[in-house]
Ligand binder design. Structure first.
Ligand SMILES: NC(=O)c1ccc[n+]([C@@H]2O[C@H](COP(=O)([O-])OP(=O)(O)OC[C@H]3O[C@@H](n4cnc5c(N)ncnc54)[C@H](O)[C@@H]3O)[C@@H](O)[C@H]2O)c1
Length: 342
């Protein structure tokens, strides 16, 4: 790949994440600029482009990708629109950072992965940004030293202040637990083989009919268990915590003890209210790593295989939720393009 000194990026989808990535590329990271923004809501794209020097707004992704200014693509449209954008980028051999999910279901994720395999080289990095979060990176490094012994269990908590109006019970799995699916695979180096979902009575804070919270148990092919409390209407903050229980010790992240105050007979700190705040450093490092790799002509980070595996596990999770039982995960064979390690 022969790329320009400063990478010209087309950001597809200028909603909450897309607009934040535009700000990040424009003002935070180095080596790239926002050359184009695309949204089916053209007015939204135009409003975002107006704040960035030399950025053109488009209503159609393929038109933006055809521009000579565009060297790489960041997909931040709604999940259902990802497949079309990814295949359009493949047709032009453009590297892509695709927000999670790769696609919303396993069949479409498999189609995307197979299309990349047919190209014979990787183009996609999937936006599982927790792999770039300082605390998760430290936990992964510690587990890698072997000091704590073999990991046996992971306990994860994932809490949001409130869910958006369109959120359904299965989206707690496909949109939220998708992150724990990826960190479980990444931290343990195992594939997930089965999923069980148990639901307590729903919180009175959950909108009518929403099964919230849920308790998800992931079984891995390495014999570990990873449980996830997902609670998307907890009301008090955005909290993501993980504890690894190993043969000789435990390690925990996400307690948020950065700033501790003592005041009026109490001690305490603050809880972030959303992911843009909690994972700001992870998003910055994720996009910088993608830009740096792309400028070197490399593709690194979570792959289309990781995106496909997460989609397959989430699909099993939705089956487990609907049946109230345990659902096994059926994965396709891992293509050689993605190496041997999970
Ligand atoms: N990594 C994370 O922590 C994280 C957090 C939030 C959202 N996300 C992901 O980011 C993506 C966007 O989420 P969001 O919260 O910004 O949603 P959003 O609804 O705020 O924005 C989506 C935007 O995409 C546009 N869009 C839809 N179809 C399109 C198409 N075919 N072409 C161009 N634009 C199109 C919509 O008009 C909208 O402006 C989703 O995949 C979501 O799962 C990731």
């Amino acid at each position: 790949m022969n790329r320009r000194e400063t990478l010209g990026i087309a950001v597809i989808g200028t909603g909450r994440m897309g607009a934040d990535h535009v700000r990040r590329i424009d003002r935070v990271i180095s080596g790239a600029r926002v050359a184009a923004v695309v949204d089916i809501d053209r007015g939204r794209a135009e409003a975002v482009a107006a704040g960035v020097d030399g950025c053109t707004a488009y209503g159609d992704a393929d038109e933006a990708m055809a521009s000579a200014d565009v060297d790489a693509v960041l997909v931040a449209s709604s999940g259902a629109a990802h497949e079309e954008a990814l295949l359009a980028a493949f047709a032009r051999d453009l590297p892509v950072l695709c927000e999670k999910p790769l696609t919303p279901d396993a069949a479409s994720a498999l189609r995307v992965m197979e299309a990349e395999v047919a190209l014979g080289h990787r183009l996609v990095q999937v936006g599982f940004m927790r792999r770039y979060d300082t605390e998760y990176v430290r936990l992964k490094a510690l587990l890698g030293t072997g000091q704590l012994g073999r990991p046996l269990m992971l306990h994860n908590r994932h809490r949001n202040v409130a869910s958006p109006p369109f959120f359904t019970s299965s989206m707690l799995i496909t949109d939220s637990v998708a992150h724990e699916v990826d960190v479980t695979r990444w931290l343990l180096g195992h594939e997930i083989s089965a999923v069980t979902v148990l639901c307590p009575s729903s919180s009175s804070g959950a909108p009518g009919g929403l099964r919230d919270p849920q308790f998800v148990v992931l079984e891995t092919d390495g014999g570990a268990l990873s449980d996830v409390e997902i609670f998307v209407n907890c009301g008090f903050g955005y909290q993501v915590q993980a504890e690894a229980v190993c043969e000789r010790g435990t390690a925990r992240i996400g307690d948020g003890h950065e700033l501790v105050t003592n005041m009026a007979g109490r001690w305490g700190g603050t809880i972030p209210q959303d992911w843009t705040e909690r994972f700001a450093q992870a998003y910055d490092d994720e996009v910088q790593a993608w830009v740096d790799a792309t400028r070197r002509g490399e593709v690194t980070g979570p792959s289309a295989w990781d995106g496909y595996a997460a989609a397959a596990v989430c699909e099993a999770g939705v089956r487990a939720l609907e049946t109230g039982g345990r659902a096994e995960v059926a994965l396709a064979e891992r293509p050689g393009l993605y190496g041997a390690e999970v």
